[in-house]
Write a protein of this length. Structure first.
Length: 322
């Protein structure tokens, strides 16, 4: 089965490794040109694996343009995998594979179709996650399901650990299904459109922390947007501050106003929220290195500082210039 692999990230790289472990006949890899990978936090190069396996590697600007389609026609794939690709792949591309194209999604379809599924799982307070491989059609993550694996995630999980779990689940799905695909005996399960839900697109700006919200809402935003994503953020003394790690605090005294730094612990800095407090653990000033919140906040002498007041001032300035 002539397999074409299209990807640009670590998840896709791991899935390709599993396909090769299953003795898959990979006739080509298409990835994104380096100059267009800026801002893709989980980007992964395919140069080394292509060279090691002797697989033709093609780097493109846009998977949907004529140059890309010409590459695909030349490779004559029976099937193509699209795993971790930031551009919407149009039907005129994925129908170039003789048997069609297979996509992946980090959710249990038909629930949570759409963009940024990993962050949304945390923000929405989901208790179960998963990985799904499906035949691509002209809908949004709506094609027949080939394989699916679920997993629970706990209060200690974040986007980084979820990412590791979808890699493990994805490799297991390939291991169980690739031989069947090669024989044309793959299992197909139609999605129940009545149970479908859709997730809206997120932008880095959506990571701004609203300290008036409840602790769990803020905690879920922080852990849902941590690595490999851009991170939740706030502002301290005019500088953007990304919060990479936090935890709900066990402190019982909730003095202060939302967004106020109320005390320090051995591990971090405690900030008042809309209903209690949250302990910030790892932060990063814009242009700087990751460091402990305790060290950062003590260095800037901001015990008692009201973060919310600064954010409100920044918003007013932005509104005045818009």
């Amino acid at each position: 089965m002539r397999t074409l692999f299209i990807s640009m990230n670590r998840f896709g790289h791991e899935i390709l490794e599993e396909i090769l472990a299953q003795k898959g006949e990979v006739v080509g890899i298409i990835t994104l040109k380096e100059e267009f990978t800026k801002g893709i936090s989980d980007h992964r190069s395919f140069d080394a694996i292509a060279k090691k396996q002797g697989i033709p590697l093609h780097k493109v600007k846009n998977i949907n343009d004529e140059d890309s389609r010409a590459i695909i026609r030349q490779l004559r794939p029976d099937i193509m995998f699209v795993c971790g690709w930031s551009q919407i792949v149009k039907p005129e591309v994925f129908t170039l594979a003789k048997r069609g194209a297979i996509g992946s999604h980090p959710a249990l379809l038909p629930k949570n179709r759409g963009r940024a599924a990993i962050p949304w799982h945390f923000i929405l307070g989901e208790k179960q996650g998963g990985s799904t491989f499906f035949w691509m059609d002209d809908g949004c993550d709506s094609g027949d399901i080939i394989g699916q694996k679920s997993f629970p995630f706990t209060m200690q999980d974040d986007a980084s650990t979820y990412y590791e779990k979808i890699i493990k689940a994805g490799r297991a799905i390939i291991k169980e299904n690739y031989a069947l695909l090669a024989k044309g005996k793959d299992r197909r399960k139609k999605q129940d459109s009545q149970k479908a839900t859709y997730l809206p697109k997120r932008t880095p700006a959506d990571g701004l922390i609203d300290w008036n919200k409840k602790t769990m809402e803020i905690y879920n935003l922080i852990r849902g947007t941590t690595h490999p994503y851009p991170g939740a953020f706030t502002y301290v003394k005019g500088r953007k501050l990304i919060v990479w790690k936090a935890k709900p605090s066990s402190l019982k005294q909730y003095l202060g106003t939302p967004g106020q730094v109320v005390t320090f612990t051995d591990d971090g800095a405690v900030v008042r929220t809309g209903d209690s407090v949250i302990e910030l653990l790892t932060v990063q000033e814009e242009g700087g290195q990751e460091q402990s919140a305790r060290s950062c906040f003590k260095m800037h002498d901001i015990l008692g500082y009201r973060i919310v007041e600064e954010i409100e001032a920044i918003k007013k300035r932005m509104e005045g210039t818009s």
